[in-house]
Design a protein around this ligand. Structure first.
Ligand code: XIL
Length: 373
């Protein structure tokens, strides 16, 4: 168990008022706070990696020991045309992580969203046959995983394959290859880098139908002798969902497969819930909803947000034996995708650091709790 010394937490921080506080928040690196529990990290974007937001990079370097690519490794970005890869942004991301001694995670190899348009289609715009898709998947996975062999330590191999009722999402991969697309993707990824950890990842993992199917899928992969190291629970959560007991039940069901569990895309919207989906296609018309806090989060909402995030993190800490990694989906509130999803142009407050780059109060409380143990 780690020791934290010389940290002074003010009564102000404990009071857990607004996320924009600049006074007296705990200064200990989060990677030290959670040392011995799980790795802690964030998604980083191309803008940050290119050095256009040095304050965000300072946070990443100081606080995090793992990073994941927010967009630059998705097939539509890294492999936009059949014969053209766009390596530069992903190379910079990987180099940044390696130069700073981080556990670098690649996201993601097989996903219906941000999928390169050419990937499942023939010259006439129709789905390719199963053989062709298998070859394309293998080539893509070998090229991407192979390029970062030894540097990227873990891959989200398959993302968002299952819907709430536990059935397979009708993605191009499923429509063309059926359920076999999942074992194939894991087989190809392992061929390309036998040392890399391999994960399956989805949102809404608290939902029983999805939970049960993932447990089956993981057990099936294992029974075939295929490598799978982890189950990623994205955790795009809100103030009124999910039920934390249900989330914990899934976490424990996943752990019972023998896989590590990882919280891969944590954010908690502070805004009214308009959709529980994290499917990027499920956009809601802006007119249907309000954007209640464009100028800052009122203290009482901030307190509520901090209290719920504290509960969520305590849940993770009491299950930390089964959790290897917690990644927040973005560095500071201003860069979060939640400002534009599921409604464009809102002002949300979902991350660990506010727009002023200050750590939110719940982390001071957690640090103090952990330091006492
Ligand atoms: C999001 C990114 O954060 C946005 O920048 C992008 O416009 C859309 O995708 N589930 C995932 C992530 O697995 O890749 C998604 O990331 C959020 C939902």
């Amino acid at each position: 168990m780690k020791k934290i010394s010389n940290i002074v937490f003010s009564a102000f921080a404990f009071a857990a008022v607004g996320c924009a506080s600049t006074t007296d928040t705990a200064d200990a690196p989060l990677k030290d706070v959670f040392d011995g529990k799980f790795m802690i990290g964030s998604a980083v974007n191309a803008h940050q990696i290119a050095g256009h937001d040095s304050l965000a990079l300072d946070i990443v370097k100081k606080h995090f020991n793992t990073i994941v690519a927010e967009n630059v490794m998705k097939s539509g970005e890294i492999h936009p045309l059949k014969d053209a890869y766009n390596w530069a942004p992903a190379d910079s991301f990987v180099n940044f992580g390696c130069d700073n001694g981080m556990f670098v995670v690649g996201h993601c190899l097989v996903w219906h969203s941000q999928l390169a348009p050419w990937f499942p289609l023939d010259a006439d715009g129709k789905y390719v046959c199963a053989d062709t898709l298998r070859c394309r998947m293998r080539d893509h996975i070998h090229a991407v995983v192979g390029r970062y062999k030894g540097k990227v330590k873990g891959w989200d191999v398959v993302n968002e394959a299952i819907v709430e009722d536990g059935s397979y999402r009708k993605s191009p991969f499923y429509e063309i290859l059926g359920e076999e697309f999942i074992p194939l993707a894991f087989e190809y990824a392992h061929e390309a880098d036998p040392d890399a950890e391999l994960y399956i990842n989805d949102y809404g993992m608290n939902v029983a139908g999805r939970r049960d199917t993932y447990v089956k899928i993981v057990n099936d992969l294992k029974s075939r002798g295929l490598r799978i190291d982890g189950i990623g629970m994205q955790a795009h959560i809100g103030m009124d969902y999910p039920d934390l007991a249900e989330f914990e039940e899934s976490l424990q069901a996943f752990a019972s497969t023998g896989c590590k569990v990882m919280i891969t895309e944590l954010d908690m919207s502070a805004l009214p819930t308009v959709s529980r989906s994290a499917n990027v296609a499920d956009m809601v018309d802006m007119k249907q909803v309000v954007d209640p806090y464009p100028d800052g989060l009122p203290a009482e909402v901030s307190d509520e947000w901090n209290a719920r995030m504290l509960d969520f993190m305590r849940l993770l800490l009491r299950n930390s034996d089964n959790i290897s990694r917690v990644n927040v989906w973005g560095v500071e509130d201003g860069c979060s995708w939640k400002n534009n999803f599921p409604v464009r142009g809102r002002t949300d407050y979902p991350l660990f650091f506010g727009r002023d780059y200050q750590m939110k109060p719940f982390l001071g409380t957690l640090s103090a709790e952990l330091a006492k143990k």
